[in-house]
Structures are given as C-alpha cells and as structure tokens.
Design a protein around this ligand. Structure first.
Ligand SMILES: Cc1cc2nc3c(=O)[nH]c(=O)nc-3n(C[C@H](O)[C@H](O)[C@H](O)COP(=O)(O)O)c2cc1C
Length: 394
C-alpha cells in the first residue's frame, strides 16, 4: 500500500481534500488531537462540559475530532476526573458526544488509554504530581497502586509501579479489546490506541522502562509483543470498515531509548495487524505528556510522520506546534504526512480549520466550508466590507 500526496481536486488546497481509509472518508485533513480535560465525574462519565467543549470544536469543522483519552480501566486513569470506557454504562453517555459531533458534519473518533506507571496523579493545575496522603485529606482522593512491565518509577521520587505478572498481561490486552467494542457501540467512526507518552504500551516498548526477561521483554520482538497483541485484540473488536490509528512516541530522545528505526519496524507490523494510520508523536517516557525539553518549533515531529509514511508505507498523522495554515498545507501537499493534528492551537482558536479555509481559499470559504448558519451572513458581510474598501480607495 502506498499513499501518494493528494491529487489536485478542483484546485482545492491539499489540506481540504478528502482522506479515505477503509469505509470512512474524512472531508478534510485536519484532526483535533486527543486532549484530556479532567472534567469527568468520578464514575468516568462525561459531563455537560464535554458536550460544550467538543461541540465548540465541532463548530470549527475539522475532518475528525479525537476525544481525549478514554481509560480502559479505573486504575489506568491519570486522575479521578478522566473519562472512562471500562464498562458498558459508558456507551450511551459517550454516544451523546458522538451525535453532537456528527450533527455538525464532523467525524467522531475516540482514543483509548491505560496510563500504566503514570496513573494516580493530581490534575495538572493541582500540581500534576503523584497523589499523596494530602490529596486524600483535602479532596478524598486516595492514591492507588500503579502497574508497569518493570518496577521502575516514571520520574525520580515517584512511586515505584508493581511489575505485572505474566498471567496478568492477557487481561490488559483483553481490556483494550473490550474498550474498542464499547467505542464501536457508542458510534465512534475512528479509534486511536494510545501507545505513546510513557503510558502502559510505551513502557513495554522502550528498553529504558522494560527490563523483563520473559516473552514481553528483552529484544525488540519481545518488547513489541504487548503493543501488537493490543492491536490484534482491538482490530478483532473494531468494525472492519472503520479505521484504526495508533499513537506512538517515535523516539524517546534519551540515550539507549526507543528509536525511529524501532518505530519504522513496529509501524510495518502494526500495518500488518490492520492499523491504518500511525499517529506520530514523540517522547514522554520521563516527562509527562506533551514533550517540553528538546528544542521546539512548528512541525518538529513532521520528520517522524514523513519517515513512517515513506519507509513503513502506512498513512501517517503529524502533531506538534502546528499553527500556521500555510505550513500545514505544505506538509500535506508535499506528501510529508496524510493528516495534520491540531492540539493546543485549537484551544486558542476552536475555529482553526475555518480560519485555515479562509486563509487558503479566500472569502469564498464562507460559502464552501463554513456552516451556513454563520457562513451565509459572513459571506455577505465580506462582500460589503470589500465594497466599502473599494469605495474608500476609489
Ligand atoms: C490539555 C492537553 C491534554 C492532552 N491530552 C492528551 C491525551 O489525552 N492523549 C494524547 O495522546 N495526547 C494528549 N495531549 C497531547 C496532544 O494530543 C498533542 O499531541 C500535543 O499537545 C502537541 O500538539 P500541539 O502542539 O498541537 O498542542 C494533550 C495535550 C494537552 C495540551
């Protein structure tokens, strides 16, 4: 399978050409990246906040919105406010978010996660540190024990996770499969497995966090085993016509860590397991979440998506500090990535895709790309403003 850059389609910018995978066609190449909101109830269910948050993003008309990470088990949450997908009771409330996104013409996607040794933390604005006795006294939030492939703490001074026994691993694989089945039942059309940022799957992959000497550790094949078994279990529970994404930290960026060569090898095997798009992020094994240490600039993770796309011959999505529409357009037009994921910039401007359409297409985008409830009026306003400008100049 090879993915040529999008063909010119009625002179549409590449960013606004459709993207097809299996039975799904996205109307454009812009994807809202998964972003945890820490706004769920203690039962892991979405609240009205989620409806407003995802509705606000949906009005911006990206091709696809991924929900924040949905945790596959209560002990796989980061915080007590993470969304959960560990029981069938989650299906109907998440289905309401799906309907809200679909109503605005956006494809709804979900991400699934087990946080592994980075579970049991405070919300970011409360310190983002491991839960302590003080959190129990102040908010009734007791810390819980974490698990990982090896008993190595995520950061100095953090609790040491319990090493998973060989007998426990099939249950974790199965929990990913069950989560996929529930996401399908809720109506999500795309699914992203979170295998990045130092969470459970990533800790199996990296030699820095996996020191096992059984079938799930040791050489690259052993360390990849869990990630591949998760892909297989998810694919078996996820409808054949719906695409599957897999988020990877393409490099650890630490001496002796996971490398881009390892990513290319894994991406090929994931493709063989029925994964359709590699969601290319990086780092996070030591630091939490969004990488903050190496030099940052717009598109700093594009080279990973480009290498995966070209060398593993699988579609790729890039993410990371993408802000300017012209830059995003060039990445897609040059065939460096199939999809552009926008994270924090969408928090700044939830209408980023609509602004990108205006910048790349002109005022005609009010009619062609904006939803008519806004666009009908704004197209007329644009003409009035242009006429006023002409009059002032002439
Ligand atoms: C508030 C917030 C929450 C995040 N939560 C998740 C998450 O649930 N799953 C995930 O894979 N990445 C998560 N990320 C990382 C983003 O998806 C994205 O990869 C990162 O922010 C870099 O892209 P950006 O520069 O466009 O923001 C989160 C980022 C932010 C800012």
């Amino acid at each position: 399978m090879s993915h040529p850059p999008p063909a010119a389609d009625n002179d549409l910018p590449a960013l606004f050409t459709p993207f097809a995978a299996r039975g799904l066609t996205l109307p454009n190449r812009i994807v809202i990246s998964p972003m945890q909101q820490y706004a769920a109830g203690a039962d892991g269910r979405p609240t009205d906040y989620h409806l407003i948050h995802y509705g606000r993003l949906a009005l911006g008309r990206p091709g696809l919105i991924f929900t924040e990470a949905l945790c596959i088990a209560p002990e796989g949450r980061l915080t007590y406010s993470d969304l959960g997908i560990w029981d069938d009771g989650a299906i109907a409330p998440l289905g309401r978010l799906v309907e809200a996104m679909r109503a605005e013409g956006v494809v709804p996607g979900a991400q699934i996660l087990h946080a592994g040794r980075k579970a049991s933390v405070q919300r970011p604005w409360q310190g983002y540190e491991p839960l302590r006795e003080a959190d129990l006294t102040e908010r009734g939030e007791a810390p819980w024990p974490t698990v990982a492939p090896s008993a190595i703490a995520a950061n100095p001074g953090w609790p040491v996770p319990r090493e998973l026994t060989l007998a426990e691993i099939p249950d974790l694989v199965e929990q990913h499969g069950a989560a996929a089945r529930r996401c399908a039942a809720a109506g999500f059309a795309a699914l992203d497995i979170h295998g990045a940022h130092g969470y459970l799957i990533h800790t199996f992959l990296s030699p820095l966090s996996n020191r096992r000497d059984d079938a799930y550790g040791g050489d690259l094949d052993g360390r990849m085993r869990f990630a591949l078994e998760v892909a297989e279990a998810v694919r078996a529970n996820w409808p054949a016509e719906r695409p599957l994404f897999y988020r990877l930290s393409c490099i650890d960026d630490e001496p002796g860590g996971w490398s881009l060569e390892d990513t290319i090898r894994l991406a090929r095997e994931l493709r063989a397991q029925g994964v359709d798009v590699i969601d290319c992020s990086s780092r996070g094994l030591g630091q939490r979440g969004t990488p903050v240490v190496a030099p940052r600039q717009q598109g700093f993770q594009v080279p990973f998506a480009e290498a995966v796309r070209r060398r593993a011959e699988v579609a790729s999505m890039t993410v990371g500090l993408i802000i300017q529409p012209a830059y995003a357009e060039a990445v897609v037009a040059e065939g460096r990535a199939d999809l552009i994921a926008i994270g924090r910039e969408a928090l700044v401007n939830p209408q980023w895709p609509l602004h990108a359409a205006l910048e790349l297409i002109g005022d005609g985008a009010f009619d062609s790309h904006w939803q008519p409830r806004y666009g009908w009026w704004l197209s007329r306003r644009a003409k009035s403003l242009a006429a006023a400008r002409d009059e002032a100049q002439g």
